[in-house]
Structures are given as C-alpha cells and as structure tokens.
Design a protein. Structure first.
Length: 186
C-alpha cells in the first residue's frame, strides 16, 4: 500500500485510497469503478449537482440527504453510497472529482497499467495507435493505455507523455527550436 499511496496525495488521495482498499477487500473494484464513472458522468451533465457538491452554502445534512437521493436514484452500490455519505458528513464532497481521478490512478496501478497521453496533429488510425501502444508497452514494461487527443497547432508529429517522461516530436517544437537556434546565430 505504501507504493499505492505515493501515486495519490492530499484529501482526494486519502479518500480514494480508503475507497480503493474497501472495494478491493470486498472484491468490488470493477463495480465501484463503474459507479464512479456514473458519478463523473452525472457531474459533467448537471450544473446543479456540481453546485451541490462544491457549494459551502449547503449544510452537511442537506448535502448528505441530496447525495443519498442521487445515489439511490442512480442505483449506485451500497459501498459507494456509504462512501458518499461519509464524504458528505465530513464536508469533503467538493473533492469528489479529484477522488474519482485518484481512484482511477490506483486502479490502473493495481492492474499494472500506465497511461500514455498522446497528442497528435491529426487523428491517429487504429494501426498507428496499435504500433504506438506496442512501442510504449515495451518502454513501460507493462500494459499501456493510450489517451489520444488532437491538436492541429502541432502542425505534425506527436507529443507523448508517459509517467514523468515527455517526448515532444512535433513539428511546432522543431520549428521553435530552430527559431531559437537562429536567434543565437544572429
């Protein structure tokens, strides 16, 4: 667990670690992850729900009642409902999005997965993603999950971030380096 707690920190890290440990011990990691994905989707869709979890204007009792009603209506598991109740009682609902992100990081680590953030100038096709995943998996010595994004400002090439390493092989970066080198010559 010492290795897991180094992945996450702060309030969100402590709550995520507690939830992860409970879910793992109960054999409910996948179910809890699905429930957290549902909560994340609900937060993305409802400004009122975001206001409920973030606003200090609501009393702890009001937050607890409201989040319990939302959780019951969404059909969340008993473990997640109890967790949300404790979070509301401790006035920590404001950190729920960060808790979800930290839980996901712990789960990926538990599964031996690493996330590679890949930004390209154009969308990558399946063959390119498979080749990139293969290359990164050998580099990471484990399974790599690719999170691909498109940024046309790169002009061409890729920017890959895997853990603490970042490789910027974009045309934009190469042009900026050339521009800097040319300023030094003049």
């Amino acid at each position: 667990m010492a290795q897991e707690t180094s992945l996450v920190s702060g309030i969100a890290g402590r709550y995520a670690t507690a939830l992860f440990d409970m879910a793992r011990d109960a054999g409910q990691l996948d179910a809890v992850a699905q429930d957290l994905d549902n909560i994340s989707a609900m937060l993305a869709e409802s400004a009122d729900l975001v206001r409920l979890v973030r606003s200090p204007a609501f009393s702890r009792e009001d937050q607890a009642k409201a989040i319990a009603a939302v959780a019951a209506k969404a059909g969340l598991s008993e473990l997640v409902r109890r967790f949300l109740g404790v979070t509301a009682a401790n006035r920590r609902l404001f950190a729920i999005a960060d808790v979800i992100a930290a839980f996901r990081a712990l789960r990926r680590h538990h599964r031996g997965e690493a996330i590679a953030e890949v930004v390209s100038a154009v969308p990558l096709d399946d063959a390119q993603l498979a080749q990139l995943k293969s290359s990164l998996s050998s580099e990471a010595a484990g399974n790599v999950v690719i999170s691909a994004k498109v940024d046309p400002d790169l002009i061409g090439g890729l920017v890959v971030k895997l853990g603490s390493r970042m490789i910027d092989a974009s045309v934009r970066n190469k042009l900026n380096n050339l521009k800097t080198a040319m300023k030094g010559v003049a």
